[in-house]
Design a protein around this ligand. Structure first.
Ligand SMILES: Cc1ncc(C[n+]2csc(CCOP(=O)(O)OP(=O)(O)O)c2C)c(N)n1
Length: 667
């Protein structure tokens, strides 16, 4: 009897998924049909969650990493009792629905899909997000105790995920870190988009994952519920190593004509095939979006969820009484805020008048460290260079035996990006960050884009941000990267010009800047400007508005020179020259286009009044500057290997060039 209702439930999931896709006349039925039994076992028997409280901090996390199979997660969320209705299933892939083509963690409160943890679809991203979530759980469990944080991370991953580089990077990291609370179900169905995987994928996945340090289970047939459940149970019981449950399935099963072929992967089966498949399952082909009452009751997890949640709530309430010293930390961490006192930690005393902004960043992190106890992150084997570590040495390493705050991601930029996104999506980790040379932002762009799409509170800390890094040459010198990062919607790019702007950038970011930030920091030393009332330069608090008058012209301004980052120094020198030549010149520091764009027109006009010619200088391509200024001094070629000053000079990033451009405009 118990197995009858299980089979009926699985048939219902399959029918529902076919209807969802057929009704939209668009979508991917193959994976949902093949993997329906796996989803059933996970959601009905294994995972601990409360459909009524999708934000419960200690819920098990589930990621449909193979996001093209979205119909499956929507069907499961509906059946298990999340606030996702039959009408939502009928609105699959339609404008404004909470059931978009691929699962989305939509920041718009009206478009939240309850139970969807992260946006997936670009294959491999979800895999890496789950690794970040498991890291977050390790860290928080260690810090706050297993009474309040002790959950697992599950995912359904597909062939594509294991083919992608990001999946491999994340798997290798997870194995190294012994993230034993990961259980991924691998849909091993031999089919991908172009046809059979034999076209391009034949390694022994079991051996490969074992070599990474994973525990691997094998299930011969996804439809053997007993074997499936036992394998998943063994994987869950394995706490020393992450687990991959390799599950043989047939894509599109049991569609009589399309199962086992790539035709079932990414297009509706067609009315006739949907009917035929329902008949194979012994269902009435005339019924669509049909859930038998017994199935609806059997699959609804609301009562079970409430019990689990209530148990946790009891533990949490006791914990609060027993560990009062941790309560404020817990509350602020989950609210995404630093501890009180954070603001007063910045800026630190620089103790010098010339310092690279990457080093200033390091001093900031040291200064605010104790106010951000759940902020974790690291670099892709460049923390020595990017200077993005919290103080603390060994005791702060995130290692297999001890989850500290400083993560060594290894040379795995894309995996790092996905993991950092996962930490942010998990919650409880304050502004997780990932760092590398700016040029290698390309290696992780897929993850950066998703951080912006999800508006996740992460920080991407890119150093060595221009040809000004010098000798390493054009392979390492970003030229088009500032433009490429600015091109990503909802990503706030900040390029501070000195130590004080760096502190301000960290201050607003940790304090709750909406969405992801990307910092561009210099390798080379830059002057620390004398700022504030009665000093030559305006306060770095101007950074909050994206661009500000950093030094007013001596007299009515006849020209404006604009710099970002290291080129503010060039802009100041150019303005000095122009002033000396009788052209009163305003200097504008323009660290962030996005922050400036968010200001009202009146403020923007006050920085760039009508009729005053303006020239920007930035050591990167000029693309986009035409929006803000009349002319740009830029670098329209790859850089070169030589000492920084010479590269800047040879490529024309000089006060002379800026002054000449201004004169052309003024005359
Ligand atoms: C990074 C990335 N590249 C390409 C695609 C397009 N794509 C979507 S599904 C898919 C094939 C995936 O095959 P598999 O992972 O085996 O899934 P299945 O066919 O079994 O559903 C491809 C290439 C994608 N979504 N993401």
């Amino acid at each position: 009897m118990a197995d009858d209702i299980a089979q009926e439930s699985i048939d219902t999931i399959r029918a529902l998924c076919m209807d969802i896709v057929q009704n939209a006349n668009s979508g991917h039925p193959g994976l949902p049909l093949g993997m329906a039994p796996a989803a059933y076992v996970l959601f009905n028997r294994v995972m601990r969650y409360d459909p009524a409280d999708p934000d419960w901090p200690d819920r098990d996390r589930f990621i449909l990493s193979a996001g093209h199979g979205s119909a499956l997660i929507y069907a499961m969320l509906h059946l298990t009792g999340y606030a996702l209705t039959m009408d939502d299933l009928k609105a699959f892939r339609q404008w404004g629905s909470i059931t978009p083509g691929h699962p989305e963690r939509d920041p718009d409160p009206k478009r939240v899909t309850p139970g969807v943890e992260v946006t997936t679809g670009p294959l491999g991203q979800g895999f890496a997000n789950g690794v970040g979530m498991a890291m977050a759980e390790e860290f928080l469990r260690q810090r706050f105790g297993s009474e309040v944080q002790d959950h697992r991370t599950f995912a359904i991953v597909s062939d594509g995920e294991l083919e992608e580089g990001i999946g491999s990077e994340a798997a290798s990291l997870a194995g190294f870190l012994k993230l034993g609370k990961i259980t991924y179900l691998y849909d091993d169905n031999d089919i991908s988009l172009d046809g059979p995987t034999s076209l391009s994928f034949k390694e022994d996945v079991t051996k490969r994952f074992e070599a990474y340090g994973w525990h691997v289970e094998y299930v011969e047939d996804v439809n053997d519920l007993h074997a499936l459940e036992q394998a998943i149970d063994r994987a869950v019981a394995e706490e020393e190593r992450p687990s991959l449950v390799r599950i043989r399935s047939i894509i599109g099963y049991p569609a009589p004509n399309k199962q086992g072929t790539s035709a079932a992967h990414g297009a509706p089966l067609g009315e006739d095939e949907v009917r035929a498949t329902k008949e194979v399952m012994g269902m009435d082909p005339d019924k669509t979006f049909y859930v038998p009452e017994a199935v609806a009751e059997h699959m609804n997890m609301t009562a079970r969820g409430q019990e689990l949640k209530a148990d946790w709530q009891k533990r949490f309430d006791t914990w609060k009484i027993e560990k009062p010293e941790l309560v404020e930390e817990w509350d602020t961490a989950w609210a995404g805020k630093p501890l009180p006192g954070f603001d007063s930690s910045l800026p630190p005393d620089w103790g010098t008048d010339s310092i690279a902004t990457r080093v200033a960043g390091q001093k900031c992190m040291a200064a605010f460290s104790k106010y951000t106890p759940t902020m974790i992150g690291g670099a892709a084997d460049l923390s020595e260079s990017t200077k993005t570590e919290f103080p603390g040495g060994e005791s702060e390493h995130f290692s297999p035996t001890q989850p500290g705050r400083n993560v060594y991601f290894g040379v795995r930029e894309h995996g790092m990006g996905g993991a950092v996104n996962g930490m942010a999506a998990h919650g409880g980790i304050l502004r997780p960050y990932g760092s590398t040379f700016m040029q290698f932002s390309d290696y992780m762009r897929g993850a950066v884009r998703l951080s912006a799409l999800m508006e996740l509170p992460v920080a991407w800390v890119y150093t060595h941000d221009s040809i000004g890094l010098g000798e390493d040459g054009p392979t390492h010198q970003p030229v088009e990267h500032l433009a490429a990062l600015r091109a990503i919607p909802q990503l706030t790019v900040i390029r501070p010009c000195d130590a004080d702007e760096t502190a301000e950038a960290w201050r607003i970011t940790v304090n709750g800047l909406h969405g992801p930030a990307a910092f561009a920091l210099s390798r080379q030393n830059l002057p620390v400007y004398e700022r504030g009332e009665g000093k030559p330069f305006a306060s770095a608090a101007g950074l909050d508005r994206g661009a500000y008058v950093m030094r007013e012209a001596d007299g009515d301004p006849k020209a404006i020179v604009v710099g970002t980052g290291s080129e503010v120094e060039v802009a100041v020198a150019a303005a000095d020259r122009l002033q000396a030549d009788g052209i009163p010149t305003r200097v504008v520091s323009f660290p962030s286009w996005e922050l400036f764009e968010a200001q009202d027109q009146a403020y923007r006009d006050s920085v760039f009044p009508d009729g005053i010619p303006s020239v920007s200088v930035e050591a990167g391509i000029g693309q986009g500057w035409e929006r803000w200024v009349d002319a740009a001094v830029s670098v329209e070629r790859f850089g070169a290997s030589a000492p920084a000053a010479e590269v800047m000079e040879q490529l024309g990033i000089t006060p002379d060039n800026v002054a000449a451009k201004v004169k052309e405009l003024v005359e």
